[in-house]
Structures are given as structure tokens and as C-alpha cells.
Design a protein. Sequence first.
Length: 407
Amino acid sequence: MRREPLFPSCLVHRGRAGGSARRWRFIPWGECSLPEVTPDPAEQALAYRDIPIECERADQPRVAPISGANSPEVKMQPEESCQILPIRVMDYTEDRIEEHECIELTKAWSWISRETVTWIDVVGVPEHDELVVLGEQAGIHPLTMEDITVPDQRPKVEEFGTYVAVIARMLSERDGRVASEQVSLIFGENYVITFREQPFQVFELVRGRLRNELSVLRGMGPDYLTYALLDAIVSVYLAILDTVDDRVEDLQGRVLASADPLALKQIYELKEDLLTIRRAAVPAREVLGSLASRELSLVRRETIPYFRDTYDRCIQAAEVAEYTRDTLSGVMDLHTSNQNNRLAEITTILTIVASIFIPLSFITGFYGMNLRNIPLEDSPLGYPLVLLLMLGVAFAMLLYFRKKEWI
């Protein structure tokens, strides 16, 4: 089955999903639009081929496709300014899609009773009373509700009979630093509910794929939609790792060139960023491994290979994070070595200066004694001869140090 790309609005994939993290890069918005492509049946078995889609920014108005003979039915409500918790519902089948925004969480569950796939997307942490009502309607366990309301949960996956709960971490960059936020996913036989703290652009791309009538996502079930969301999250892991790796390489070049006093602060900042990435990627590897292990009844056999693909890419992200952390440790050692070498050079210079002045201090102290019959005491050439003696001693010591390669 042909695999669609999961690019965030400013993220482009440059190769196979199992490739290096270097294959991900950010591009300007103006370069994000790609031409429409008709699927080629001969390429259906290529899991890593890309189907170009049209990228969309969250702050742009969404327009429904023009109706035609073969166009699916699309119903869209106009965007509203949500005064309460932003909740968006996408109800779709292979030939139709319907969207609603800014509705109450307890009313969103009414859409799940249809014979369609429903995605309820909640941005922010709902009120406790709303979650209690939703839990009663959907049969969601209280422990799952507790995991949703506590934003510092470790990524995990749990099956509760009629649904599967997945906790993951979404990474983002804020002011040059890596931030981590919790994403909670619940999927059953015909629905997916997501709870996230921030409106990630990468989810907007998945939403755009659902609006595409040629999307494989439209003809699949909620387990495939869960895969698409998790795959998008892992794609961000690789993109941010690529950025962090570039920063580590730049820092390594600067440390090699000179002992930058600001390098130590940047090294510790990068270490914290890598720790944040590893805390998200390493547990996510276990989550995706469970989803790809055929142990969950709500994951269909045809979706398992896709979860395996995302599992492999998550392993790659964890390995790249480990490799980058080792590289950063080497940069730290290099910085410490440079600082020690510089300190040794300064100490050597000060020692040489002190060594030169030791005999000079002896000569000036000898001729500074208040005694009679000191050599050259009454000679008119005494003063210049003593200066020449001091200069000769200093020059001879410098030649000696040079011969020993101390300077």
C-alpha cells in the first residue's frame, strides 16, 4: 500500500523513512505547496513513496474542494473564535468528510455513534467535570482520565477492552530550546480522541490529509489515524534532532578553533535539550513496539506494518539522540582540555617571567646593599655595566628556555 508523507507544515522529508535524521529539514512556507498527483496502481506496494499534498497553515482560512462529478461530499462549518476549550471534530468515510469546531466535549461524543470514523481533537486540558461526563459516555476508565489531566506522564500504551490509551510526548522548539508536551490518544473501533496542550502544526497536516480525497487515510480505520498521528510526532523528533545535531557540530568547530568562554553554557543547554528528546523518544519506542507486536485487539493486521515502520524510525531517533549526546560529551571534554591547555600556557609564561627576574632580583639586591668596597661602586661605568649584566643574564636564560623548547 502506498504510504503518504507526514510532513509538518514547514518540514520536508528528503528520502526513505528509515534513513538518516539528516533527511529532514525545515523550509519556508512559500515552498511548501506541492502539485497534485494521481495515484499510480503500479506503485501501490511501495511503502516509502511520497504522494505530494498541499500544505496548509493553521492561520489561513480552510476552503472546501470544488464539487465535481467525482468529488466527495465535504461539509465544513465556518471557523469560530472559541470562548471555551477548543474542540474540533472530523467525521469521515472514504467518500465524505464533515468538520465541526468549538463544540462542547460532552456533545462531541454524539458523533461517534455513527458508522464513520470520528476524530475528536481537544487542545488544552479539559475541566474535570467534562472529563467525568465524557468518561461515562465513552466508557473510559478513571485511570485514563487521570493520565490525561496530569501532563507529566511517561509515554505508555494501555488497552482497556473497548479502547486503547496512548500517552506520547510532542517536541517543539521555543526560543532556541527544545520543549516537551504531553499528547494523549484514545482510539476505539470507530473513533480517535486526542488531548494536547498546544495546537501543533503537524496535526494540522494530518487534518489536511483527511481532506484530500486521494488520501489512504480516508479509507482506513481509527488505528491507522492513530498511526498517522504518532508517525507525525516521530517525524518531529527526527527534525529537531537534525537541528540539535547541527548546533552540536557548529559548537564543536568553535571549540576546536578557540577556547570560547560561552561554550560551556551552550554545552549544558544542548545537554538539557538532548535529555528532553531522549525522555520522549526512548519511552515512545516501547509504546510503538507494543502497537506493532500484534498484542492489541483494536490494531488490525494491515496496520501493523505501518506501526513497525514508525517503530523503526523511533529507534533511529533514540539512537541519533544517543550518538549526539556522546558527541556533545566529546565537545565537553575538548572544551575542558582547551581550558586546561590555555591555563598551562599562561602558567608557563608566568613561570618563565618569574624565572628571569629571580637572577635580576639577586643582582639588584646585591648592589643595593649598604656596604663598602662593592665591585664597581666608585666606577663611572658601574651603572651601565650592571645593566648590561642584567640584560645578558635575561637573554641567556631566554636562549636556554628556547633550546629546551619551553617557549
